[in-house]
Design a binder for this molecule. Structure first.
Ligand code: NOJ
Length: 562
């Protein structure tokens, strides 16, 4: 029997494997570095497969590993069917797939279809080609405004700040919703459509189990000759009229995904996809439908405060939505774009905007805290971690899939102390003074308590690790039975028993700070969001997010076996 056959037999041929999966996101350049150049690589991932297996995840979501100038951490792709030589080769990719599959772990890769990098051969060809040429038609080129076309075609601001338009040598402008180095594709162009189908098959043929689709709500655009102004677009957004915005969440985007679905279904089991679609909650089911991508991220908990009522409403609404779309829901607390949840939950007091109004949302507060220099006296680290652990145990007890971000299993906090000269995120450079960007959650992982890069690799690290990282290393937490790492391991192990059925039933406690639910097979999850301990509802506790005695302490979750 070959290794591949072994892998295939280990991964049961189950078309529904994703519905309740625990998926672990690897940001490859910060996970593990085998060759010592300070940047994580595929060999590094291969070397850590036993760690992933021991953690108990079902799948890995691998953030972009394609050739890239890293203008946006790899989300600027030069070649959709290659591996960045700085982090590996196609042969190593195949080896990694095999190693993961042999460990019973599936692989979802990140696909970035809204934009390529400006180094992509098609964009280079577009630059060399004249106005109106087929090469320019693969992207979105426009003449400028003003007497000589010297002004951008519209006043739009890119997601990372600055104009969405950049002028090229012959005077035309191209659209980039993100950084200058990320030109948006024209999805009305048949070659673009065809090429992505080839890419989907290319990776599916290599054994990839699915795709995480970046900016899934952005591909279809309706750009008339006269473009609306920023203010007009804000009005359209405010009106909430479904599918009316020229740039985001247009209905036509689903035609693209039904084509993709036909490709996914050519495989056994069908390849899966999860949409990163920042759309109104009731627009999510279309992305998640079975004739579309199949699943969509739900970022509602990520945006919520540590608050029982908010959590309960979000859980109820998303389970209803998932049932309506036939999909399962997804839960996320952290990823490579947001301040880590241990930190979000540990920020004290309210933060004020320049105009004196309070920033209430937890993620907004966290961004503002980073911008103010991440003052240590405004962060209660222990409390943040206590709440993060409680929230995670609640999440892992919910129906649906849980997307976990590397390092959260170590209880890592955001790294606030990155000097400006070390920063990499385009959001920092393009949005100076408004945000510091996302580097603080992308600092290379600590694997051991000492050594130059805390076991990340034999060389340095491409972003500096803070001194407090050592106590959160895998080696340190491995030894400590009460560590966050060991809590995740135990939860992921027990989750295999707990995850039966895709529903839950609320157990009413009469206490607004307590959430208590029961799964169809009798497992129960109880979270105390409040500040006071409460009597423990029952015995048979098999797991707790913090020390427990005869009561359920503040900010703690317990799992109760049937
Ligand atoms: C969403 C990704 O998660 C983020 O990291 C990236 O900057 C943008 N899309 C643009 O690709």
């Amino acid at each position: 029997m070959t290794l591949t056959e072994t892998a295939e037999t280990l991964l049961v041929d189950d078309a529904n494997w994703w519905r309740q999966a625990a998926v672990y996101q690897i940001y490859p350049r910060s996970f593990a570095d085998a060759n010592g150049d300070g940047v994580g690589d595929l060999r590094g991932i291969i070397s850590r497969v036993p760690y992933l297996q021991n953690l108990g995840i079902d799948a890995v979501w691998l953030s972009p590993f394609y050739p890239s100038a890293l203008a946006d951490g790899g989300y600027d792709v030069d070649d959709y069917r290659g591996v960045d030589p700085k982090i590996g080769t196609l042969e190593e990719f195949d080896e990694m797939v095999e190693a993961l599959h042999c460990a019973g772990i599936r692989l979802i890769v990140d696909l970035v279809p809204n934009h390529s990098s400006d180094r992509h051969i098609w964009f280079q060809e577009a630059l060399r080609s004249p106005k109106g040429s087929p090469a320019r038609d693969r992207y979105i080129f426009r003449d400028g405004m003003g007497e000589n076309g010297e002004l951008p075609p519209s006043d739009w601001t890119s997601i990372f700040g600055g104009s969405t338009w950049t002028q090229v040598e012959d005077g035309q402008w191209y659209l980039h919703m993100f950084a200058t180095e990320q030109p948006d594709f024209n999805w009305d162009n048949p070659e673009v459509r065809e090429d992505f189908l080839t890419t989907l098959r290319f990776w599916s043929d290599r054994g990839v189990d699915g795709f995480r689709v970046d900016v899934a709500h952005g591909l279809a655009k309706k750009l008339e000759d006269v473009l609306p102004s920023k203010a007009e677009m804000a009005e359209i957004q405010k009106s909430g009229e479904p599918g009316a915005h020229p740039l985001w969440d247009r209905d036509e985007v689903h035609d693209i995904y039904s084509e993709w679905r036909r490709v996914f279904d050519e495989y056994t089991p069908p390849r899966i996809a999860v949409a990163e679609a920042w759309v109104a909650r009731d627009r999510r089911p279309r992305y998640a439908s079975a004739d579309g991508l199949g699943q969509a991220f739900n970022f509602d908990l990520l945006q919520a405060d540590f608050d029982a009522q908010q959590f309960r409403d979000i859980i109820r609404d998303n389970l209803d939505l998932a049932a309506a779309s036939g999909s399962s829901t997804t839960w996320v607390f952290s990823n490579h774009d947001v301040v880590r949840h241990a930190t979000r939950y540990g920020l004290l007091g309210t933060v004020e905007k320049a105009d004196g109004t309070a920033i209430m949302s937890t993620p907004g507060k966290a961004k503002a805290w980073l911008l103010h220099g991440a003052p240590e006296d405004e962060l209660d680290r222990d409390r943040g971690l206590r709440r993060a652990r409680a929230a995670t145990l609640l999440e892992l007890g919910l129906p649906g899939s849980a997307y976990l971000y590397q390092g959260e299993e170590l209880g890592l906090h955001e790294v606030g102390e990155i000097p400006d000269e070390a920063r990499q995120d385009p959001a920092f450079f393009r949005n100076k003074g408004v945000e510091v960007g996302r580097d603080g959650c992308r600092v290379p992982l600590p694997w051991s308590s000492d050594g130059p890069s805390l076991g990340f690799g034999p060389g340095g690290t491409h972003l500096p690790q803070p001194s407090w990282y050592a106590e959160h290393s895998v080696a340190a937490e491995d030894r400590d039975p009460g560590s966050t790492l060991n809590m995740y391991r135990r939860a992921l192990e027990l989750r295999r028993e707990l995850q039966a059925g895709e529903t839950l039933e609320w157990v009413e406690t009469g206490d607004p700070d307590i959430l208590h639910f029961r799964r169809p097979n009798g497992w129960e999850v109880v979270t105390n969001f409040g500040n006071a301990e409460v009597p423990l509802p029952k015995e048979r506790i098999v797991l707790a997010s913090g020390p427990i005695d005869s009561t359920l302490p503040a900010e703690t979750t317990v799992w109760i076996a049937p």
